[in-house]
Structures are given as C-alpha cells and as structure tokens.
Design a protein around this ligand. Structure first.
Ligand SMILES: *Cc1c(COP(=O)(O)O)cnc(C)c1O
Ligand code: SF4
Length: 340
C-alpha cells in the first residue's frame, strides 16, 4: 500500500482564524470556573451540579468583562448554571413555541409572511441559561447537501419570501467559506432581497468580525441585517464596539434583541444605558423578549405587568427609537405579539 500524502497539507496548515481558536477554547470546565470565581464549599458543589443537556459554555472574551468577585454580575448570571434550573415549574414546557408544525422542510421555519427562518447549525458560542432553545433537538437539524437543496427549492417556489433569516444556534459559528456559499445560493433566488443573521458572536467573540467576514458581507447582492443579542451595556467593551463599527461601515444594518431577565436587566437605568450604549455603536434596539416559558428558566422571569412598567419608564427617558418593542412569542400567531 502506498502512503497517502495529503497534498494540501501546506494549505491546511495556514493559520486558523483567531476567532476559531477562541471558539475552540471556551470555558467549559466547571472546576476551572470555580477556580476563576474563587468559589468554595457549597457554592462549588452547586455550580458543579448536573447541567443536564445544556453544559457550561462561556467564551473567554465575554468572561473577561465579568466584574471579578461579583457573583451577581449581570454577565456572569447569564452563563452560570444554577440549582434553580433543575426545578420543574408548572406551565413551563420543553418546546414552548410548538415550532414543529411550521417546519415544511427540515431546518426551515415558515411561520410569518414574507420571511423564513433557517436553523443551519446547532452550536452557540455561549450557553445562555435562560435560552428557549435549551431543549431544542439540534442534532436533528444538521443540514445535509440534499436538505440544503430542498430548502432552496422551497424558497425559490414561493415569491412572497423576500427575507431569509439565519438563526440557530448561531450562524456565525460557521466558517466564512460555508456561510458565504450559503449566502450566494440564497442570493441566486431573485425575489429574496434581504439576508438577516441572528447572532451573539459580535458580543461573545468580537474577533469573529474579521476581514474575511466583512468582505463577503460587503460583496453580497443582498441587503444584510444583523440582529445581535445584547442584554446589558457591560457586554460592550472597546473590541465589541470596534466590531460593530466595522459591520456598520460595510453597510450592515445593525439591530439588537434582548431578553428581559430578572436580576440582570429588569431595571430602568440598566435599560436606558443599554439603549444608549447600543446607539453609540450604531445599533438600534429592536426586540425586548419576555421570557419564553421554558423549563429550567423560571427564575429569570419578569412578570408582564412589571415589564409594562419598565417599558413606560424607559419611554419617558429616551427617544422613541431607543425603546425596543416588548414582545412575547406565542404559538399560532402571525407575528411576535406586542405587549399592549
Ligand atoms: C422571530 C421570527 C421571525 C422574524 O420575525 P420579525 O418580526 O421579522 O423579526 C421569523 N420567523 C420565525 C419563525 C421567528 O420566530
Ligand atoms: S446564543 Fe441565543 S440560541 Fe444560543 S444559547 Fe444563547 S440565547 Fe440561546
């Protein structure tokens, strides 16, 4: 048998992009987290308790923005497994949106007029402890070449679809090569005008917004919208700000969605500061999601009445365009329902 020499070895050894290295070196080990937080005794045991299907996952650039020594830090609370997650709460289910029935092709959700949402891959850089997709059957949503063709055919056959949304998981955890190819395939369907990316990467790992990424976005025929996910102004440091500026400079429209979270951003000063900080970075607030009733996240819930008061207080303090729409997603509705 002859030895098979990988002829591309000199090519594959070219430097891995910095963001990939950061993504493959996430904080995953509860022991390490306990050490970094200086936890002792009981606190250690709680943190190390079973995280179920949703293991610890924190990007280091994000963790570097946590104020050390503060266990109530709003960034830390989003990522830190807590014993309260294991409580079963009545009314909280594992597929709160009953998404299954809006899936004509695997990986594609067509729930609202004019736009489809694609779940191309399952991985996120961070595991947010309140996430409504925490029980999502990601493994069933790996897209094969054949599924991709079926998705494209479905979109091509319906010319009411003018916008394709890449969600997940996080689409920016895919390589630029794959992502730009997907984007080109979508751009070849004439009635599609807009590509929207829902991503937490610009916040989690701002290195992700590198030259390659900016180049394909700039070159696309499609109008690109990026909806980032930021819950607190402290998530935006100088690196994040510079990544957001780079995106705006290549013509990407930047919007933000947040989740209203008990103990993290359920306070009018925090919300005001968040909107202002986003605007400084050329991002407009879009949605403020009320928590989905997902099992394991009830301790983050802010009751609707309190959410309304917060929205009114915020409206009294900032320009109208800095007040996000407060919404709750409900099964069987034609759009996200606005809170009255
Ligand atoms: C949120 C969502 C969209 C996008 O809705 P917009 O109101 O345009 O932001 C599209 N499809 C699904 C299934 C969604 O959940
Ligand atoms: S990044 Fe988004 S999808 Fe992923 S765990 Fe966080 S909230 Fe959920």
């Amino acid at each position: 048998m002859t030895n098979i020499i990988p002829i591309n070895s000199h090519l594959t050894s070219t430097a891995t992009p910095e963001w990939k290295q950061v993504l493959s070196n996430l904080l995953r080990d509860p022991e390490e987290l306990c050490d970094l937080l200086n936890l002792k005794g009981n606190d250690r045991d709680t943190l190390k308790a079973d995280c179920g299907q949703f293991p610890l996952r924190i990007p280091r650039p994000y963790f570097s923005r946590v104020v050390s020594g503060d266990l109530q830090d709003p960034l830390l609370l989003q990522a830190l497994p807590q014993a309260a997650e294991l409580h079963e709460t009545v009314g909280y289910v594992s597929d709160p949106l009953e998404e299954a029935e809006f899936t004509p092709v695997q990986g594609l959700l067509h729930k609202y007029h004019g736009r489809v949402l694609l779940v191309l891959n399952g991985s996120c850089a961070i595991h947010c402890r309140y996430c409504f997709r925490r029980h999502f059957p990601y493994q069933e949503h790996q897209i094969s070449a054949q599924h991709w063709q079926e998705i494209l055919q479905y979109i091509a056959a319906d010319n009411s679809i003018t916008e394709v949304i890449l969600s997940g998981g996080d689409p920016l955890t895919m390589n630029d090569k794959v992502l730009s190819q997907r984007c080109d395939d979508i751009a070849s369907i004439p009635h599609v005008k807009t590509l929207r990316l829902h991503s937490r990467l610009p916040i989690m790992i701002p290195q992700r917004i590198d030259e390659h990424c900016l180049r394909w976005m700039q070159q696309s025929r499609l109008q690109i919208v990026m909806v980032i996910h930021c819950n607190h102004a402290q998530e935006i440091d100088a690196e994040v700000e510079s990544a957001l500026n780079d995106l705006a400079n290549v013509g990407v429209t930047l919007l933000n969605q947040s989740v209203l979270l008990r103990g993290i951003n359920d306070n009018v000063e925090v919300l005001e500061h968040l909107s202002q900080r986003l605007f400084e970075c050329r991002v407009l607030p879009y949605y403020m999601h009320l928590l989905d009733k997902v099992q394991g996240a009830a301790h983050f819930d802010v009751p609707e009445e309190e959410a309304q008061q917060l929205r009114e207080a915020l409206s009294a303090r900032v320009a109208g365009y800095l007040v996000p729409k407060f919404v709750r997603e409900q099964a069987n509705e034609r759009s996200k329902s606005r809170m009255e």
